[in-house]
Design a protein around this ligand. Structure first.
Ligand code: KG4
Ligand code: ZN
Length: 338
């Protein structure tokens, strides 16, 4: 059988990414980060869109070159249809459409959140693929969901945040501590040398499998302000312990709900995805859950956790196999159902 070569594009937020896959193997995975947003402490949609326009051609060229493929060899093009920032989505979407028309090859539209989950089906040495049905915990800067995954494109959200995403809790904590945006990875770094039991934060009471992080965010802010009022050096003296304690609380909240989801569904295979699944504490806790609770846990390779196009490529490959193609009239969607 002829191999399938898929070019995939991801441009939902502030990273411009392109990847080339041969069937379920990644030949190249290129990401251009947009550092411009750091000075604003968050993603500025207009600037993100403009940076995507500047980055997309060089990023696609780099992905093809690294894969050692010319565009005439491509079998299909996949792109992120949503959810995300409209101005950002449109850049990747328009580029994918033009390329599919120019090359006369199928166009495949992918849901970004489904792709975070399907990243587990990339063929990588040392990484097992989950079996259906399994539970996915998708944690990112924009989402916090527990998903029951019945099949590649048959997914049910059984729990989600009622306000902020878990990534926002990390980034907000970092901001309060004076760390640059996006601060999640820096909180993680400080946490590694801190005491997770040094400080306690109140966990929110949310019914069922849903989450809430806005109260925790406010709680952290008040806690820091109170201490800084008494001791202006409180942050510098305690930053490791603060980060470790906040991270510990967040992990506790996620684990409480996962345990509940396992109990409700009887499913013990758990896969994590999304930018926050890069967190070392979360990865360690989930690995330990295998022995502790008898779960089988799936932790993606680091480069497939934060936004990337390889995950769009693997999702597109599975849509390619079923012939699920789009016309050039397909529209990008800031919000999109599963
Ligand atoms: O999936 P992603 O790259 O983009 C979205 O779709 O949102 O996730 C980005 C989020 C940010 O909030 C970032 O701070 C967080 O993931 N993040 C982390 C870590 N690495 C990235 N949070 C905690 N620990 C990390 N190591
Ligand atoms: Zn994402």
């Amino acid at each position: 059988e002829n191999p399938v070569f898929i070019l995939a594009l991801e441009s939902s937020c502030d990273d411009t990414a392109a990847a080339v896959l041969q069937n379920d193997k990644v030949l190249s995975n290129v990401v251009a980060n947009q550092l411009i947003h750091q000075q604003y402490g968050g993603v500025v949609p207009e600037l993100a869109s403009r940076a995507h326009q500047q980055n997309i051609v060089p990023v696609v060229d780099a992905a093809l070159k690294k894969a050692n493929i010319n565009k005439e060899q491509l079998t299909a093009i996949g792109f992120t249809q949503g959810p995300g920032l409209m101005g950002s989505l449109l850049v990747g979407g328009s580029f994918a459409k033009s390329m599919s028309l120019a090359l006369g090859i199928p166009l495949i539209a992918i849901n970004h959140m489904q792709a975070h989950i399907l990243a587990h089906f990339i063929d990588e040495e040392g990484f097992d693929k989950p079996e259906f049905p399994f539970l996915a915990l998708t944690i990112s800067g924009g989402h916090t969901q527990i998903v029951k995954v019945n099949d590649y494109f048959d997914m049910e959200i059984i729990g989600e945040t009622t306000d902020d995403a878990v990534g926002e809790a990390f980034d907000k904590t970092a901001k309060i501590l004076g760390l640059p945006y996006p601060g999640g990875p820096l909180v993680d770094k400080h946490a590694q040398s801190g005491n997770p039991k040094a400080f306690t934060f109140t966990k929110p009471k949310v019914p069922g499998l849903d989450f809430s992080f806005s109260g925790l965010k406010t709680g952290i802010l008040y806690f820091i302000n109170d201490h800084v009022a008494k001791n202006p050096d409180f942050i510098t003296e305690n930053i490791d312990d603060i980060c470790a304690s906040v991270q510990h609380t967040i992990i506790d909240i996620l684990m409480d709900k996962l345990k509940m989801a396992v109990q409700q569904t009887g499913i013990t295979q758990i896969a994590i995805g999304g930018g926050v699944s890069a967190n070392s504490g979360i990865r360690k806790t989930l690995m330990e859950a295998e022995g502790k609770y008898g779960w089988k846990t799936f932790i993606p390779k680091f480069e497939y956790t934060t936004d990337n196009a390889a995950m769009i490529g693997i999702a597109a490959y599975h849509k390619f196999l079923t012939g699920d193609f789009e016309q050039a009239s397909v529209v990008s969607k800031a919000r999109i159902a599963f």
